[in-house]
Ligand binder design. Structure first.
Ligand code: PHE
Length: 458
C-alpha cells in the first residue's frame, strides 16, 4: 500500500475535486440516473414480464451492485487516480491495470450508442415544441420513430449536438462543470418525473399497469431474465465502467463512502421505479404493448401525450427530463475516458476532450447508421448498435465489476477496506456491517456474477 499513501506529486495537486458532500452525491446520482432509468429500464421491464424482473433487479442492486459501488469508490478515493492509473498505483506489481483499460474501452462503447439515443432525445424535444405529437399531425408514432431513427442525416446531426454539449461541460472541469450542472438538474429532474408519475398513475385504466409493475408473474422468468436484470443493474448504477473509480478520485477523505454509495443506489433505484410508474400505467391505460423494445419510450409515450389533456406541455417536460438525465450521465462516461487520456498521455483537458470526442463521434455515427443504411452489417447476428449495448452492459461491465470486487476483497483486503470505510478510524462502522460488506465483496458478488455470466455466455 505504500504507493497509495505516498506524498502527492505536483501533478496530483492540480487535480480537480468536488466541492461538497452534496456535490459528490448529485454527481454520482447524476451519472447513475440516465437513459438507463428512463429508456432502458422500462423497455426491459416490458420485455421481461414486469414485477418479477423488477424484484430480481432490486435483489441484484442490493447484493451485487452496492458492494461493487463501494469497492470502486474505495479504489478511486484511495488512489486519487483515473481508472487505469488507480489500479497501477494500488498494485504496481500486478497486471490489475488491465481492468482499468477494459473500463475505458467499455465507456467508449457506451458513449457511442448513448450519444445516439441522447440525440433522439434532442429530436423529440424539438418535436414536442412543435406539437408534432398532437394526433392530427402524424400518421403513427411507430412510423415516426423508425423513419427518424433509420434515416441518415437527422440522427447524425443530433448525435453531434449531444456529444458536443457533453464535451463542453466536461471541458469546464469537475467542480465548475460537472458538479454545478448536476446540482441544478438532478432536483429539477426529480420534480418533473414525480409529476409525470402522478399523472400516469391517476389515468383511468392505470390499474392494470400498476399490477404489472408490482404483482410478479414468475412464469415469465427465464434464465435470460437474470442476465438482463444483472446487466441493467450494472448499466444503471454505472458499475464496472470505471465511473465510480474516476469520480471517487475527486472525493476527499472526509466523505462517508457507505453513506454516499447507499444514497446513490437508492436514488437510482427510486428513479427507475418512478420512471416505471410514469410509463407502464400509461402504456396499459392506452392499450399499448409493453414489449415494444428499445423504441418503447419514443414510440408509445408521444402517443400517450397526444391523448392527454395538456399533453403538449407534458411531452416537453418529459423529453426535457430525459435529455437532462442523459447529459448528467454522458458527462460521467466521457470523464472516465478523458481522465484516463489526461493521465496516460499527459494531455491538457481541452486536447483530451477533443481527441476522445473525435473517436466517439465516429463510433457513434456507425451505431446510428447501423439502424439504417448499415443495417445489413452484422457481427454475431447483431447490428453495431446492439453489439455495443450488449458488449458493454452484458459483458465488459460484468467483467469489470468482477475484477473490482476481486481486487478490493482479496488484493487490498480487510484492513484497507476497514480503513477506507471508517476514514482511518474517524467514522464508526458497526462490526456486523463491515463483515457483511466484506462477505458480499469477497464471496457473494463475484460468485453471483460468475455463475450468471457463464450460464449465459456458453
Ligand atoms: N448509469 C447511466 C444510465 O443509467 C449510464 C452510465 C453507464 C453512465 C456507465 C456512466 C457509466 O443512464
Amino acid at each position: 500500500m505504500k504507493d497509495a499513501n505516498s506524498p502527492h506529486t505536483a501533478h496530483e495537486h492540480q487535480r480537480d475535486s468536488f466541492g461538497s458532500s452534496f456535490g459528490v452525491l448529485v454527481a454520482l446520482a447524476g451519472s447513475a440516473v440516465g437513459l438507463g432509468n428512463l429508456w432502458r429500464f422500462p423497455y426491459l421491464v416490458g420485455e421481461n414480464g414486469g414485477a418479477a424482473f423488477i424484484l430480481i433487479y432490486l435483489g441484484f442492486v442490493l447484493l451485487i451492485g452496492l458492494p461493487i459501488l463501494i469497492s470502486e469508490f474505495i479504489i478511486g478515493r484511495r488512489s486519487q487516480a483515473a481508472a487505469r492509473g488507480a489500479f497501477r498505483k494500488l498494485a504496481p506489481d500486478g497486471r490489475w491495470h488491465v481492468a482499468g483499460s477494459l473500463a475505458v474501452l467499455c465507456c467508449t462503447l457506451i458513449l457511442s450508442f448513448y450519444s445516439v439515443v441522447g440525440g433522439w432525445g434532442i429530436e423529440y424535444l424539438i418535436k414536442a415544441f412543435r406539437f408534432d405529437f398532437s394526433s392530427g399531425n402524424t400518421p403513427g408514432m411507430a412510423t415516426m420513430f423508425s423513419d427518424f431513427a433509420t434515416s441518415t442525416t437527422g440522427p447524425l446531426i443530433c448525435h453531434t449536438v449531444f456529444l458536443g454539449v457533453t464535451g463542453l461541460i466536461v471541458i469546464m472541469g469537475v467542480k465548475n462543470g460537472i458538479e454545478k450542472f448536476s446540482k441544478v438538474m438532478m432536483p429539477l429532474l426529480f420534480v418533473i418525473m414525480i409529476g409525470l408519475a402522478v399523472r400516469s398513475l391517476t389515468l383511468p385504466g392505470a390499474k392494470e399497469g400498476i399490477d404489472y409493475l408490482f404483482r410478479p408473474d414468475w412464469s415469465k422468468v427465464t434464465s435470460g431474465t437474470f442476465l438482463a436484470a444483472l446487466g441493467q443493474a450494472f448499466f444503471s448504477l454505472s458499475l464496472g465502467s470505471g465511473m465510480v473509480i474516476t469520480y471517487g478520485s475527486y472525493v476527499k477523505k472526509k466523505e462517508n463512502i457507505v453513506k454516499i454509495g447507499t444514497e446513490t443506489a437508492v436514488a437510482d433505484t427510486l428513479f427507475a421505479l418512478i420512471a416505471g410508474c410514469a410509463i407502464m400505467p400509461a402504456v396499459f391505460a392506452f392499450g399499448i404493448s409493453p414489449g415494444e423494445g428499445p423504441g418503447l419510450v419514443f414510440t408509445t409515450l408521444p402517443y400517450i401525450f397526444s391523448q392527454l389533456p395538456a399533453g403538449g406541455v407534458v411531452a416537453i417536460l418529459f423529453f426535457l427530463a430525459l435529455l437532462l438525465a442523459a447529459l448528467t450521465s454522458s458527462i460521467s462516461v466521457l470523464e472516465v475516458i478523458v481522465a484516463f487520456t489526461i493521465e496516460e498521455f499527459h494531455l491538457k483537458r481541452k486536447g483530451a476532450v477533443a481527441l476522445c470526442l473525435g473517436v466517439i463521434w465516429v463510433l457513434g455515427a456507425l451505431c446510428s447508421l447501423s439502424l439504417g443504411v448499415l443495417g445489413d452489417f452484422k457481427v454475431f447476428g447483431k447490428n453495431i448498435f446492439d453489439l455495443f449495448d450488449f458488449a458493454s452492459a452484458n459483458v465488459l461491465m460484468l467483467i469489470g465489476g468482477l475484477l473490482v470486487v476481486l481486487f478490493v476483497g482479496w488484493k487490498l483486503g480487510r484492513s484497507v477496506i476497514h480503513d477506507e470505510l471508517t476514514n482511518s478510524g474517524g467514522l464508526k462502522i458497526p462490526v456486523w456491517l463491515l463483515d457483511t460488506i466484506l462477505f458480499l465483496i469477497r464471496f457473494l458478488a463475484p460468485a453471483a456474477i460468475a455463475v450468471i455470466a457463464i450460464f449465459q455466455w456458453i
